[in-house]
Ligand binder design. Structure first.
Ligand SMILES: *Cc1c(COP(=O)(O)O)cnc(C)c1O
Length: 386
């Protein structure tokens, strides 16, 4: 009987055990210790950011980013609807409200739909973008670089200038993705807008178990994020706090893992790229399948692979997932649209038809950096046997 092939598991083939053991031996296991700043510097240097603040998850990083950007009660934030809910919940933690917008074929928020929405529903007043339906200030636009695919940043940044919007990049899935061409050549996902966030959850490109990182070239925003992440303590010795803070710091143990993972990040990305090409070559145009490609002019980390089911596909998304499971192959649907979850049906949602389309037709297939050619071949053969 063949082995189970997981969707996405971590890869600890480097110095992980050694560095974690060193941290344990040193007894620096909590939020103090030298490895946290070292990991922050490793990430900042890698993506070319002026600075970075480590935190205990991508979600807490996004919360810090909202607060550092000054998003607060009564504000509205333009958000994608086809993404993981952790991208949007932090908007609510900051007491602001999301406005959901549909995606383009990149699966990322579509700038021309954002533009449509703003042209129809917003007006500029005293340099502020005001929602004519609610009277609220649309203060920011949040982009998610879905599955490691760069959002259309030239168009996003143009919109941001025209409507005076802060750009928050959820780059939790896109560490290592950068432009190789055009206006932002050499720029990494997460460093193009005003503030960006990475995640090191167990299934992300690199992992610290759980963890996140905020980057920004606004030095004051970063300092504020750091302050908020450490209980907003303003006096080290005397327990003085000047606002309501959080316990959002990364631990030294987690940073030990992160430093070891960073030593292998380029190998991980090379493997992700190789397997993506393999799946594309084997599956494109067969049985109504295709593997979605990543944006041109970008070196993408190709974190997750999207099997797209066209009208010619014999089975639905859920049938494919169930059949793969029978063959001990783990897969998953893309997310449910956020505007349909929890309290979010109350929020505005604009032009989400394309997002609905992709929600119903995309299946993520195994993509671990330890996935062997033989296992990938088994995934392909199984899919073609249906
Ligand atoms: C993983 C992820 C997050 C949250 O990161 P955690 O580290 O799991 O909190 C946020 N947004 C998106 C799009 C993600 O994929």
């Amino acid at each position: 009987m063949s082995e189970f092939i997981p969707l996405s598991v971590p890869n600890f083939c480097g110095n992980e055990k050694k560095y974690v053991n060193d941290a344990v031996v040193s007894e620096w296991v909590s939020t103090g210790g030298s490895l946290v700043p070292r990991f922050e510097k490793a990430i900042a240097d890698y993506v070319g950011a002026d600075g970075a603040v480590a935190c205990n998850s991508g979600t807490s990083g996004l919360h810090l980013a909202m607060l550092a950007a000054g998003i607060g009660a009564g504000d509205e934030v333009l958000c994608p609807t086809l993404t993981f809910i952790a991208a949007v919940n932090p908007v609510c933690y900051a007491n602001a409200k999301p406005i959901f917008i549909g995606c383009g074929d990149s699966l990322c928020i579509c700038p021309s739909l954002v533009r449509d929405f703003l042209e129809k529903n917003a007006e500029m007043k005293d340099g502020k973008c005001i929602n004519k339906n609610t009277g609220a200030h649309i203060k920011a636009l949040e982009v998610v670089h879905v599955f490691g695919n760069m959002a259309n940043m030239p168009e996003i940044m143009k919109l941001a200038r025209e409507y005076n919007l802060i750009v928050i990049e959820d780059a939790t899935e896109a560490l290592g993705t950068y432009y190789t061409d055009g206006e932002f050549k050499g720029k990494y996902a997460g460093t193009i807008g005003d503030i960006g966030v990475y995640s090191f959850n167990g299934n992300k490109l690199i992992t610290t178990g759980s963890g996140g990182m905020v980057v920004s070239n606004h030095a004051d925003w970063l300092e504020h994020a750091r302050h908020l992440s450490t209980q907003a303590k303003s006096d080290e010795l005397n327990y003085k706090h000047d606002e309501i803070g959080y316990n959002y710091r990364l631990t030294n143990l987690q940073a030990a893992l992160g430093i070891a993972q960073m030593e292998n990040i380029e190998n991980f990305i090379a493997h992700k790229n190789e397997m993506h090409e393999f799946y594309m070559n084997q599956l494109d145009g067969k049985n109504g399948y295709s593997i979605l490609d990543f944006r041109e002019g970008v070196r993408s980390n190709k974190w997750f692979y999207s099997l797209y089911l066209s009208d010619d596909a014999k089975y639905t998304r859920d049938e494919i997932i169930a059949k793969l499971k029978e063959h001990k192959i783990q897969s998953r649907p893309i997310w449910g649209l956020i505007n349909e979850q929890a309290d979010y049906p109350k929020c505005e949602a604009y032009a989400i038809g394309s997002a609905k389309h992709y929600e119903e037709r995309v299946v993520n297939i195994p993509c671990s950096t330890s996935l062997t050619k033989e296992d990938a071949q088994r995934v392909v053969d199984t899919l073609l046997s249906f």
